[in-house]
Design a binder for this molecule. Structure first.
Ligand SMILES: Cc1cc2nc3c(=O)[nH]c(=O)nc-3n(C[C@H](O)[C@H](O)[C@H](O)COP(=O)(O)O)c2cc1C
Length: 208
């Protein structure tokens, strides 16, 4: 009987210890937590970030972002994309020079160029689905950046012919690779707040 009592006390102590341990998680982990609630938080916290500190974005983090991009849904699961990860100062500067609406690349320590691959895309009129597919990948990248404390912004290439040509020339893109955008990435400088875009008049229930 005595042994049973000791066993019960020990078991209770273990359970209490485990409960305390689980509640002692540092607050930051909530951001990378895979709960539905934290995903919603990240979605609402995301904002375009155009000022960055000098701190370099690691290739490991760039890979994390590209992996998040490749997890996006695509029409008929074609995955008609290619991602160019850039952390070379010279290439970032060349893009900054050539792209009028992406001057923040001068300060960004990295960038990802999301491209459509027409060789992997659907055929005929469905080919253009690569734009939605790559846009979904882009949003995943922007959200992943927010979730790991990086700042990023979508800057357009497609469908602006001149900007596309600039990116094609600087990055030596082959004919079947079309740049959708350039995403400058860095550690945010200063505090940027997300915009509140909720407008009740933009939702229609059941029918218009
Ligand atoms: C298709 C597209 C093209 C964009 N192009 C540019 C761009 O060339 N340069 C830029 O600074 N921001 C660009 N943006 C970012 C928008 O300006 C930004 O998303 C918008 O102002 C809303 O702000 P938020 O991202 O902070 O919510 C683009 C965004 C989208 C979706």
């Amino acid at each position: 009987m005595n042994n049973l009592k000791i066993l019960c006390v020990l078991l209770s102590a273990c359970i209490i210890f485990l409960i305390i341990k689980l509640n002692m998680k540092p607050k930051e982990t909530v951001i990378t937590d895979n709960t539905a609630e934290s995903t919603i938080d990240i979605i609402h916290k995301r904002k375009s970030v155009r000022s960055y500190t000098d701190k370099k974005v690691s290739q490991e983090d760039l890979l994390k972002l590209v992996k998040a991009g490749m997890a996006a849904p695509t029409a008929v699961n074609k995955q008609p994309w290619a991602f160019i990860a850039i952390d070379n100062r010279e290439v970032l500067d060349q893009l900054a020079e050539g792209l009028p609406y992406a001057k923040m690349l001068k300060k960004a320590t990295a960038a990802i160029v999301v491209c459509g691959d027409t060789d992997k895309a659907l055929e005929g009129w469905e080919e253009i689905f690569w734009v939605q597919d790559c846009s979904a990948a882009t949003q995943n990248i922007l959200l992943a950046a927010e979730s790991i404390g990086l700042g990023a912004v979508w800057t357009a290439a497609y469908p602006a012919e001149d900007r596309m040509q600039t990116v094609i020339d600087i990055l030596n893109l082959p004919k079947h690779i079309i740049p959708l955008n350039v995403i400058p990435i860095g550690y945010p400088k200063g505090e940027q707040k997300p915009k509140n875009k909720w407008k009740e008049e933009n939702i229609h229930w059941q029918k218009w």
